[in-house]
Structures are given as C-alpha cells and as structure tokens.
Ligand binder design. Sequence first.
Ligand SMILES: Nc1nc2c(ncn2[C@@H]2O[C@H](COP(=O)(O)OP(=O)(O)OP(=O)(O)O)[C@@H](O)[C@H]2O)c(=O)[nH]1
Ligand SMILES: [Mg+2]
Length: 310
Amino acid sequence: MAADEEGPILATVRPGNLKEELAKRSGNFVLSFGFPGSGKTTLHSFLMRYLMEGGPYKTEVVRRDHGEGADYETNRMITEWSREWRHGRFPESTPVGENEIRELSFEVQPMKGVRTPLEFSILEMSGEMMRTVIPSREQKPNLSRVIRDLAANERLNLVILLLVNPRVHENDNLFTSFMSYLDANLGGKDIRKRAKLGIVISDPEMALDYLKTYKPEFAHHAEFRGDLVEEFVASFAPQTYRIYKEWPDPRGAMMMRFHVGAIEDREGMPRLVTPDYGSASRLFDWLYLQFTGRRPGPTRWQRMWSWIRT
Ligand SMILES: Nc1nc2c(ncn2[C@@H]2O[C@H](COP(=O)(O)OP(=O)(O)OP(=O)(O)O)[C@@H](O)[C@H]2O)c(=O)[nH]1
Ligand SMILES: [Mg+2]
C-alpha cells in the first residue's frame, strides 16, 4: 500500500444521539481530562493506531450515527490521524465547541489467549472546555453537560484519565477543581466509588527536563519512568497524588507515562521517527483489565508453555 493510500476502516453502525444518549447509555467509557496540549488527542490517536496496526488485535471502529454530519466528521478525523501518524506528525489540537465533541467507539478482539472482545468509547473534546472547571473571581466553575452526563450515569463503567501536561504548573488546580465539581454536582454520589482512575503524564522528555530543573537530585537520570513518574506527580501535583493514593479501590487506580517513541525536532515541530507501542500496550492492558476483569492476550499457561519451549 502506498504511504498515503487509506486502508479500509471496518465499521459497525449503532444509532444514537451523543448528547441525549450519554445520560442513558451503558457500557465502557474512557474520559480523558486535561489542559489544552496535555496530550489527550495524542493518546487517543496513538492508542487507536496501536489497536488497529501495532498490536495483536482485530479492531473495528464502531460508528455511532449521531446525525448532522457528525459521523462523517468522525470518519474524517480517524483518517486524518492515521495519515498524520504515518508521517510521524502529532495530531492537531481539537476544535473548541460543544458541536465539535466526538465520541469514538472501538470493538477490540485479542488475537491470542483471552479473546473476550472489548467494546469501549472515548471522548474527543478540547481542553479549553475543561479548564472552565477552575473557579475564578469572575466565573463560577462550569463544565460541559456531556461530561456531567457521563459522570452521573451509573450504568457506565467509567475510567477517568487525568492527563498531566508537563508544560504547565496548574495541573493540580485543574484536577482538584474537577473532583470538587463532581462532588458538588452528582447529587452526593461519590465518583471515586464507581470510576477507575488513571494518571497519565504525556511528553515524558519534557517531564524529565522539568523534574531536573526543579529537583537537581534527579539530574543523572536519563529516562522518565518507574519511580520518577510517581515522584513527578507527588512533587508537582501533590493534591492529585493524594486523590490517587486514597482511591477507594487501589486496583482501580494507576499512574504511568505515555511514551510514543523516539522524537526528533524538525523545524521546531516534534516528529516521531521510531514509534514505540510500550505505553499504548500497557495502557490498553490496564483498560482491558478494568473493563473485563481479565488481562488480554496469552493466558498464564500459554506464557509458561512458550517459555518452556524456548
Ligand atoms: N515531543 C513530544 N510532544 C508531545 C508529546 N505528546 C504530546 N506532544 C505535543 O503536545 C501537543 C499537544 O497534544 P494534543 O494531543 O493535541 O493535546 P490535547 O490535550 O488533545 O489538546 P486540546 O485538543 O487542545 O485540548 C502535540 O501536538 C505535540 O506537539 C510527546 O510525547 N512528545
Ligand atoms: Mg485534543
């Protein structure tokens, strides 16, 4: 296939209207929350790339026909993401506006071992519409109805991913304002008892620079992983760290970096030169476990068998 030729996108169509539906829907949902530029679209598009091209899965995009051309737009977005990644380019920032919010659903079938298919949705939405949750002197905290409906819907299995943007200092303020907003607006129901929590640090190279700048004792570290991830959150987002530590079910809470591979600077723009699906695979394994209760792929027996044979 030529570099710019589009491969087929397998699709199943389910009817629905995004705004009306989210309040009533059941199923699995991932809500990525973070400032503009915190890497939500990068994570969504790279995870999609892993599931459709990089990993041992058969993945179909489930089209939800939300009417008014939204479906066509979703299509265009997926095609654009695939094309841009093929050239190593990061996705564009998501347009602002309620009408620009898109839901994307995937049906993922592992090809080996535990083959239970998983269907889950993600929400593509601009971070500009999330930062309004921070109260200011002029403005009460405010959040899109789409997010409120998602958080209030007890039939959904909800995973909240908090995307930490290593370029800004106010991540802690954003996430604690978000939790306070949910506490005040879900009729007394505690989102912590129902949802799972993932804290994800995008752009690990930038996070490492930041850590080294403010904590010289980390100057000798070459890679941002393991303990450094926890150190970063504990130091620069201490209240968010507490939320994570106090999550009612510790098995439903995780923290990770999101690394996409080796990056070069081309005329001031980052360019992915060697993709690395390690983070995408770890994230998907965790999501699969949260939603299905099992790990995808080879069972323990299959892993042991292949170990004996090698
Ligand atoms: N070098 C590098 N840059 C990254 C990485 N992840 C994200 N970026 C940069 O951050 C930019 C913003 O990422 P997005 O994924 O668009 O952020 P977003 O949260 O979707 O932003 P909004 O849609 O505006 O809310 C990307 O275009 C990249 O330039 C990374 O791992 N490495
Ligand atoms: Mg975006």
